[in-house]
Every structure is written in structure tokens, then in C-alpha cells.
Design a protein around this ligand. Structure first.
Ligand SMILES: *Cc1c(COP(=O)(O)O)cnc(C)c1O
Length: 368
């Protein structure tokens, strides 16, 4: 091929998502209903029944373009969060927001600061825009915020912190995050990725900072993919000062949020019961999984999210063997964690299937 491609594509790493159930079923010659996916931190309870109903009701109107401004959803979400509507930007998953900030701020000669074991998309997007990635060693598998602050230099355009972090499940204390945000120069954007914030008992309160124009360099990112169980619809959002949001809006495609995603997200916001059921199940099942791992003397990182990172030996081989038994988990070799796998907390029945399969592939007699 003789196309003069963007140079940055040459060595660009490709993100490896959790494998879809249908793909694994085809490969193994199995029925998709016999396959369990615990690889992408999806909600084991699925979407709220109210969402399913709202989507069904909306289906006859699919010939119409969506509302590019997400009017109804924006209003409902702004009220929930206690901000004005102009503090919000919606993305096709929060992943799209990462790309927006890349477009807005990154070019060759600039850099981003991230932690070791950070969410994989940050470095990929930085490299796509030709920016350098400054990776700061972690402490206890979590972000070392003081060291990250020290790594910020005059060319640092964005510093990313996922809190809780994926794939490690670690959490930085709210006071430390607040101090960190305050310490970052106004010339550097601070992105706090709160994809799992709704699972926390005491969620941090950085939104209050956005009342102050000093924090026009702060962007909080959240998603409907995890707690709300809408990963398939692709919708996330950013919260920031209007002077930042209005610039990012220029990058956004007019209809990036499809109509079903808007309808579904709005219905999801109205179902507090589903969110509560999800957090309750998650807390119980994380505890169950942790107990199973302790009994087996398998090391794990205590998690504040909806998954557990566990040290199983050869992570890739164990993930492959589990997959042959119809259980899809996430090997994390690409995160420089070759001995580990990341497993989403499922329902009790799903977690039991996982633990049994793990016992089989590690050759342990079942302890259950
Ligand atoms: C899952 C996840 C996201 C959200 O992805 P979507 O694009 O909204 O589905 C963002 N950040 C982190 C750290 C995640 O784990």
C-alpha cells in the first residue's frame, strides 16, 4: 500500500477488548447461552427493566435523527449532579471523550502523564496524536499522585487518573485527589475518570470544584456502561467548566449519541432501585470472590470497582484454559501484568461457575 499514512499509526498499539460471547461460541462450537463473560466489567444484572421498556417504546421512531444536544438527558443529568447543563458533554462511551481531549490538546512535542497500570486507552490516544507518554511507577498497584504531580512539566497537556482504576481496582483517597487536582498547573488538563464512581460508598465530591473558574482545567468523566448496564449503547459524559466544555463541543460530531442511547440513559437515571441493587450485589460478590481467593491462597488486589485483579501464574494460559471451559476473563499482559487476570464480579451463580473452572484449570481440588 502506498498511502502516506499518519506516521503515528505505524507503531500504534491496538486495544484488545474482552472477547464477545458469540465469537468465542463460534470458535468453540458451543451454544452462546453456555458461555459466561466476565471480561469487560459489564453489569451482571443487565440494564434496568425500565430501560428495556423505554427502548422498546422508542423503536418506531428510529427513522428520526437524534437530538444532537441531548436536551432531555442533559436536563435530567444536570439536575442530578447539581450543575448547569453547559457543564456536560456526552460521548459515545467515555472512551470518545478521551479522544476529544486528545484532539483538543495533544500534538507532537507534548506529553501526557499517567500511572503504571493505567487504563489502556489513555496512552493509545496520546500516541495517535504523536504525544509522548510519561508513565509514573505505581504504589501498591495504584496511582502515586505525588510522583505524578512531579512528572508534570511544561509540555504536559493532560494528566489522566482513573479513580477507581481499571485494571487494578485501586482507589486514591478523596482528600489526596482533591489536593492533586489543586496542585496541577492551570495549563495542564486533569482528567479524573470516574467510570466506577457509583460503586463507592463515599464517592468523592470534585464536582463542587467546578463552581470555581480556577478549575477550568478539570474534566470528570463518567459512563452509563458500568453501573447502569448500558455498555452496548455507548454513552458516557464529561463534567467540566463551560469554557472547557464549549471547546470540546466543537470536536464532537453532531449526532454522536444515538437516539436509543439517550432514551435509555434517561430511563436508567430514573431507576435508583436498579443502581442500588447493582451496588449491593457487587459488594457481596466481590467479598465472595475475595473469600474464595483467600482460601486458595491466590493473591488479589482489593477492589473498589466491579472486578478483581488476581495473580494466577501464567495469566494468558489460564485465561485461555478458562475460555475453553466457556468462561471469558481478561488476561492483562498488555498492562505489564502477565501473571494476572482481571475478572468481573458476576452473580453468585456466575462466580461459582468461574471459581469451579479456575479450580479445574489450576488443578486444585474444588474447595466449594
Ligand atoms: C469501562 C471504562 C470506561 C468507560 O468506557 P465506555 O467507553 O464509557 O464504555 C472508561 N474508563 C475506564 C477506566 C473504564 O474502565
Amino acid at each position: 500500500m502506498r498511502l502516506p499514512l499518519n506516521q503515528n499509526l505505524e507503531d500504534l498499539p491496538v486495544y484488545q477488548p474482552g472477547r464477545p460471547i458469540e465469537e468465542v461460541a463460534r470458535e468453540l462450537g458451543m451454544n452462546p447461552s453456555d458461555i459466561l463473560k466476565l471480561a469487560s466489567n459489564e453489569n451482571p444484572l443487565g440494564p434496568s427493566p425500565r430501560v428495556v421498556e423505554a427502548v422498546r417504546e422508542f423503536a418506531p421512531k428510529l427513522h428520526l435523527y437524534p437530538d444532537g444536544g441531548c436536551y432531555a438527558l442533559r436536563g435530567a443529568l444536570a439536575e442530578r449532579l447539581g450543575v448547569a447543563g453547559d457543564h456536560l458533554i456526552f460521548g459515545s462511551g467515555s472512551n470518545e471523550l478521551i479522544e476529544f481531549v486528545g484532539h483538543a490538546l495533544l500534538e507532537p512535542g507534548t506529553n501526557i502523564v499517567v500511572s503504571e497500570y493505567c487504563f489502556a486507552i489513555y496512552p493509545i490516544v496520546a500516541k495517535l496524536f504523536g504525544a509522548e507518554v510519561k508513565e509514573v511507577p505505581s504504589v501498591g498497584y495504584g496511582a502515586d499522585l505525588k510522583a505524578m504531580r512531579e512528572a508534570v512539566d511544561a509540555r504536559t497537556r493532560i494528566v489522566f487518573v482513573a479513580n477507581p482504576n481499571n485494571p487494578t481496582g485501586t482507589l486514591c483517597a478523596p482528600e489526596e485527589v482533591e489536593a492533586f487536582v489543586e496542585s496541577i498547573p492551570e495549563e495542564t488538563l486533569v482528567v479524573i475518570d470516574e467510570a466506577y464512581v457509583e460503586y463507592l460508598e463515599r464517592p468523592p465530591s470534585l464536582i463542587a470544584r467546578l463552581a470555581d473558574s480556577r478549575f477550568s482545567n478539570l474534566l470528570l468523566m463518567r459512563t452509563f456502561s458500568k453501573i447502569h448496564g448500558l455498555a452496548g449503547l455507548r454513552i458516557g459524559y464529561g463534567i467540566g467548566r463551560p469554557e472547557l466544555i464549549s471547546q470540546l463541543e466543537k470536536i464532537r460530531q453532531p449526532f454522536n449519541i444515538n437516539a436509543l442511547a439517550q432514551v435509555a440513559a434517561l430511563a436508567a437515571l430514573e431507576d435508583d432501585g436498579h443502581v442500588a441493587a447493582t451496588t449491593k450485589l457487587n459488594a457481596e460478590e466481590l467479598q465472595y470472590l475475595a473469600e474464595c481467593l483467600r482460601e486458595r491462597r491466590i493473591e488479589f488486589v482489593p477492589s473498589y470497582a466491579n472486578f478483581l485483579l488476581m495473580r494466577v501464574g501464567d495469566g494468558a494460559a489460564i485465561a485461555r484454559a478458562l475460555q475453553e471451559r466457556g468462561v471469558i476473563v481478561r488476561p492483562v499482559g498488555a498492562y505489564q501484568l502477565p501473571e494476572w487476570i482481571r475478572v468481573t464480579a458476576g452473580t453468585r451463580q456466575e462466580n461459582e461457575i468461574f471459581v469451579d473452572a479456575l479450580d479445574e484449570v489450576t488443578g486444585r481440588p474444588s474447595l466449594r
